[in-house]
Write a protein that binds this ligand. Sequence first.
Ligand code: ADP
Length: 244
Amino acid sequence: MSRPEKFIIDGKRLDGRTPDQLRPIKIEVDYLKRADGSCYLEMGKNRVVAAVYGPREVHPRHLQDPTKAIIRYRYNMAPFSVEERKRPGPDRRSIEISKVSKEAFEAVIMKELFPRSAIDIFVEVLQADAGSRTACINAASVALVDAGIPMKGILTSVAVAKVDGVLVLDPMKEEDNYGEADIPFAFLIRGGKIESIALLQMDGKMTKEEIKEAINLAKKGAMEIYQMQREAIMKKFIEEGENE
Ligand code: ADP
């Protein structure tokens, strides 16, 4: 993939979207039978699966916290998920993504209800096309709800990039790789409203005004994703009710 000459032509991006438009999203709840909660999610060309286990006993026992549950989050990219084969196993990037995502979920999961236990969140990227960490957080949130883990709200994640001096929502690969800046966000949404920012990472340069504008654009995208997460969860519970 080489750097495109222009990212925005006649107000449209390389994939035909307007700057404030998300990529198509598909969410399937309860995707895996063995996990306590699971979700398959597509965000553009990203394809990810999240599996949640717990609350369950922590092994080894010295890792137990007598006051609350420990949260573990593992982000992993399949070797076939990117253009060039990725070396299997953890690398600096996946360790960093796992750490910041875990910290974001620690802010929403009601850990104090489950002392000495662990809540394990596994996310697997089957196909990556920029924003895979945001797709994984969105899938993990739905899987946590599916597992019945008590939370203060739900995390919804989306990035904003700057290309040709314009802020764009939910960047795809070309915009992410060759853009001037990129900020993945995760918001805590409670009672249908954005309550706080649970994750914000930045790479590149933006002015103070642009950062404010990026936050507003990301909030708008997050509310749209939140509605889709909600619909997917409701659909699952309605279907379950009908099958009883
Ligand atoms: P995110 O996927 O959250 O945007 P990055 O910004 O680090 O994370 O990566 C952007 C994109 O670059 C990824 O979605 C993926 O398409 C590609 N990429 C990341 N790591 C690798 C790798 N080891 N090999 C090839 N492509 C990669």
